[in-house]
Ligand binder design. Structure first.
Ligand SMILES: *[C@@H]1O[C@H](CO)[C@@H](O)[C@H](O)[C@H]1NC(C)=O
Length: 329
């Protein structure tokens, strides 16, 4: 009897002490508003990580595992941190009592043991711990966030992700970026002024047919000679050939070397310029004698270059039966 009554007193004392200890939910609300770290964010360490994430949870916890120390060189961690701060403060502004969602950060410098226990070897990692008071056990498992390093407004993306997994809507209140706005206005005015001032000098060039023709010709030569192929396939410039020489023409049609395309580009350019000279320059020559010589000279250039082009083609494709004098290779 005595023992039983002692036990009863003991258990009532125990339940009293449990009742007096504030529910962890209220501790977490206080931590979110504590002013340590950004508003609406709990700074975790190895000790209080379990308080936040252990069951039972009648709230959602969004935890960012990060490594802000310069030593770790985690660029994404540092890029993402302000976005996460904004996420927490936006929620806290509208929900000072947190209303069932907590945002927390565990930095590697104060959470090594937790990182090890969870076998996390990369950062940042973000997990959402759903409430354990509703739904099935499978629904209580933490959910991992997929970072997209190209997200400019990452806070909005995460807010959308959190909203889709809770019954609440997280809205981001991004402060207006005055510096960016002013920079943009100054930039626009500056560009407009510069263009207006420079226009009288640039206009002749902009309207010059020869300039555009030259630019187009360079582009055409660059791309018809296979510059893009080299760029994409990263082909070698030349390769060591037989007898210690270098081979600069690749055999077969599905291969080419860097030097080969440059040779082809030069051949094409010479062919193009001799055609242009024959069409545009020759008819305007005054003296019939020198005109005759010039026409012959340009035709000779055309013939030799085309002959060379065909011999290169024969090198790539041995079975090709045709050739053009003077180069019969
Ligand atoms: C969680 O439980 C505590 C204690 O019962 C309560 O005060 C708090 O309002 C609950 N939170 C939510 C989001 O239901």
């Amino acid at each position: 009897m005595r023992l039983l009554s002692v036990l009863a007193t003991f258990s009532s004392l125990l339940s009293l002490s449990v009742a007096q200890k504030p529910h962890k939910y209220h501790t977490l609300v206080e931590l979110s508003n504590s002013g340590k770290g950004p508003k609406g964010q709990i700074l975790l360490n190895d000790n209080n990580y379990n308080d936040l994430t252990s069951a039972p949870r009648n709230y959602t916890a969004v935890v960012l595992f990060t490594a802000m120390d310069q030593r770790f060189g985690c660029t994404l961690c540092r890029d993402f941190q302000p976005e996460f701060d904004l996420l927490g403060s936006s929620w806290n502004k509208q929900h000072p009592k947190q209303d069932g969602i907590f945002f927390a950060v565990l930095d590697f410098s104060v959470g090594k043991q937790t990182f090890q226990r969870l076998q996390m070897s990369t950062a940042p990692i973000m997990m959402l711990f759903p409430p354990t008071t509703v739904g099935s056990a499978a629904e209580h498992a933490p959910i991992r966030y997929d970072f997209n390093p190209n997200d400019v407004n990452a806070a909005e993306a995460v807010a959308h992700w959190v909203s889709s997994r809770t019954k609440q809507t997280v809205t981001i209140h991004r402060p207006f970026n005055y510096v960016k706005f002013v920079t943009m206005i100054v930039g626009v005015i500056g560009t407009a002024t510069m263009s207006k001032l420079a226009y009288p000098y640039l206009a002749p060039a902009l309207y010059s047919r020869n300039l555009w023709a030259a630019l187009s010709l360079v582009a055409v030569l660059l791309f018809t000679s296979g510059h893009m192929f080299n760029h994409i396939r990263k082909v070698p410039y030349t390769v060591p050939g037989r007898n210690g020489g270098v081979s600069y023409i690749a055999g077969g049609f599905s291969n080419q070397f860097g030097l080969e395309t440059q040779i082809i580009a030069v051949v094409y350019a010479v062919l193009a310029f001799s055609s242009i000279a024959l069409c545009l320059k020759m008819p305007r020559m005054e003296s019939a004698g020198s005109q005759k010589i010039a026409v012959m000279a340009w035709n000779l250039v055309l013939l030799v270059m085309f002959s060379f082009l065909m011999s290169v083609f024969k090198m790539k494709n041995g079975g090709y039966p045709f050739f053009l004098p003077p180069l019969i290779a």
